[in-house]
Every structure is written in C-alpha cells, then in structure tokens.
Design a protein around this ligand. Structure first.
Ligand SMILES: Cc1ncc(COP(=O)(O)O)c(C=O)c1O
Length: 388
C-alpha cells in the first residue's frame, strides 16, 4: 500500500477546489482582472490593522480565552444590537478561526457520522465538503432558476428530509447565486426545522451586502429565543479581512461549553492580536462596511447591466452577496469556457461546475472591486459574449 493510499478514505475523498484550477492556470498574467475568488481588492483598513499591531507590541502573545476575549464578545453583542435590533448576551458568541471553521464546528456540533445534512445548491463547495469530512452525507436541494432569478421550492426541502436528517444548512444571501431568502422563506424553513426537530445552520455572512434594503432578512428576525439555530459568520467580507482568518458563531448560551470544547480541540482559540483588530472592526467599522457595500452595488450594476445588454446573459442582478452567477447562452462547458475567457480576455471567472448541482452551466464573477476595473472587465466580457 502506498503512503498516500494508507490515509483515511474520508480525508482522501475531500475534493480539490474547482476554482483553484483556474487560478493556478492563469495566476500572475499581465493585465489579469481576477474575479474568481470571493474577496475585495482592498487590504484591511489601517485603523483595524493598527489595533492588531498595538496588541502584538503590547505583548498580547499568550494563550487566551477559548471562546474569544470578553471585549470581542461584547463588541459582537453591540453589533447585533445596531444591525439586527437584537439583544444578545456575550454568552451567545463564540470566536472562531474563520467563517470556514465556524461552519466545520457547527456541523460537528449538531451531526454525527452517518447523518444527513440538507443544503441548497448551487452552493459554495465547502459546505458539502466539510460535512463529508465529518462523515455526514450532504443532500443537495437545487434552487430553481426561472426568468433569470433563483427561487426556493420549500416542498423540495421537505421531500429531501429523512429520519437521518439532522440539519438544514441555509446560506442567504447565497454564494454563488445571490439568492436572498425572504422573511416568508425563512419562516417556512424554520417551520420545517421545528416540525422535524432539525438544527438550522445559518450562513448569513453576506447579510449586509443587500441591494434591496439595509440588510438581508435574517433568521434572527423570525426566530424565538434559544431555537436550534447556529449562525456562522466571518470578518472576511465586511471588513476586507479575508487573510486574518477570523469568524464567529452565534448560539444558544446553553450549548456554550460544548462549543468551547470543540474550539479547544481544533485550534484552542484565536490569537489575541487578531481579536484586538476584530473588536475595532466591529466598533468602528460600520462606515467602512457601508463603503464596501456601496462599491459592490455600483460594480454589480456596471457588470450586470453591460452583460444583460448583450441579450445573451439570462441572469438578472442578484439581490445580495458579491457575485454575479452568469448563465450565458451557448455555453455548454463552463470549465472550458472559463479557461477560454481568461486566455482571450484576461478576466478570471470561477466555473459553475465548482458549485454543485444546478450550477454547471454558469460562471461566477466576484464584483467587490473598484468600479473602474469592473467596467473594463465588463467591456471585455461583453465583447467575448457577443462573439460567441
Ligand atoms: C457563504 C460563505 N460562507 C463562509 C465563507 C468563509 O469565509 P472565511 O473562511 O474567509 O471566513 C465564505 C467564503 O467565501 C462564503 O462564501
């Protein structure tokens, strides 16, 4: 047996990312406009970085609170009061080493190997992959794509629930589709979860990237106190902190010790200087988030208007998140087309094949970038599409 084959089947079956293939193919080319990964074009603002530097300089380099420093959990509480008009105690917050780790821990907390987890597709591939790594079967329920918009069919979720189902994973606004659940959608999902005794894992990391209101509808708006809902969240997108690897979970206080234990046995907590930056992001970063959202809104319009004007792109403007998920007439192989597009136009897109059922003919473009650059990318893409 080779050394590789002797690894566990679970780790061997973890998929390679379909986005990374494209990035590796064209990374560093002259004039490249990279819209393939989900991040903005700005580094973290100085006022946040300075707080982390000061913490490091002050010698805050020791082991720290597993659940997160009290100052950060208090800042989270203030953030939810401001943006969601919800009074949550610091005991409802658990700091994690990224949104990704929050997802992994949430799945670990509510499922056992052999269980099923229902999730909506097209989806960021990491939900299903992290379930599989925990021995959990991800069951895809595709949203339907009609007249350029994504729609939820609640009946399809109910039909996918079996006696093995433990959790419903709901990402709204969605990466990659931008589908944004309405309050009625959320109420219907919550009713299903209550009826079947399921947990909801709510990934609302793009909640402030809403183009129809101040923020997207949240389960927080429709739930009672202490329901079986774990919210996973991240500092990455709101405050341009993708490289910091910091996130959080919102959970009923009653399960706090269990979440702390899961943190203990995975990372044993997040570096204190990272958390010091995160406190400042929350307390002083609302204006920066608003700038990011305004930039995304402008770039969304520029990109989508130019592409829809070709009359060959079916997708309408997304209501939320930071992606255009494009269905282009005549594209039958998104992976091959994404390679061709980067070769001919220098615009890097992520092929929809990376996002599971229902997305294989689409292409994802992240528009959280300088509108001037997005205008150039839109012109190049429109030229390519018109010539297809
Ligand atoms: C829907 C969604 N959830 C979670 C994450 C994880 O973010 P991070 O691990 O950078 O905090 C991402 C990143 O792209 C995402 O799109």
């Amino acid at each position: 047996m080779t050394i590789l084959a002797s690894l566990s089947p679970r780790s061997l079956s973890a998929p390679e990312s379909g986005i990374v293939e494209l990035v590796n193919y064209a990374r560093g080319r002259d004039g490249l406009i990279p819209l393939w990964v989900g991040e903005g074009d700005l580094p973290t603002p100085d006022f946040i970085s300075k707080a982390a530097q000061e913490s490091l300089s002050a010698g805050e380099t020791f082991y720290t609170w597993q659940r997160g420093i009290p100052a950060l959990r208090e800042a989270l509480s203030r953030y939810y009061q401001r943006h969601f008009a919800k009074t949550l105690s610091p005991d409802n917050f658990y700091v994690t080493g990224s949104g990704m780790q929050a997802i992994k821990l949430a799945i670990e907390a509510v499922t056992s190997p052999g269980d099923d987890m229902v999730f909506l597709t097209p989806a960021w591939p990491n939900f299903a992959a992290s379930a599989e790594l925990s021995g959990v079967r991800p069951i895809a329920v595709p949203l339907s794509f009609e007249d350029g918009k994504w729609q939820l069919d609640i009946g399809k979720i109910e039909a996918a629930i079996t006696e093995k189902t433990r959790a419903l994973f709901v990402n709204t606004p969605s990466n990659p589709t931008g589908w944004t659940a309405t309050h009625d959608d959320l109420k219907a999902i919550l009713a299903l979860a209550r009826k079947h005794g399921l947990w909801i894992i709510a990934d609302e990391i793009y909640g402030l990237y809403s183009y129809t209101g101040d923020r997207a509808p949240s389960f927080l708006d429709v739930m009672e106190e202490d329901e079986r809902i774990l919210f996973v969240n991240s500092f990455s997108k709101n405050w341009s902190m993708t490289g910091w690897r910091a996130g959080w979970i919102v959970a009923p206080a009653a399960i706090g010790q269990v979440l702390e234990n899961l943190i203990q046995y995975s990372t044993s907590g997040v570096a204190q200087f990272i958390q010091a930056g995160a406190v400042v992001a929350l307390d002083q970063g609302d204006a920066f988030v608003a700038e990011n959202v305004a930039k995304a809104a402008r770039s969304r319009d520029l990109l989508c208007d130019a592409l829809i004007a070709t009359n060959r792109v079916q997708t309408l403007k997304p209501d939320g998140a930071i992606y255009a998920f494009l269905k282009i007439d005549g594209v039958t192989d998104a992976r091959r087309t994404a390679l061709d597009i980067v070769d001919k136009t220098g615009v890097g897109l992520a092929p929809g094949t990376a996002f599971g059922e229902g997305g294989s003919l689409f292409m994802r473009a992240c528009f959280l970038r300088d509108p001037k650059q997005i205008a150039i990318a839109a012109e190049r893409l429109a030229g390519y599409i018109a010539a297809l």
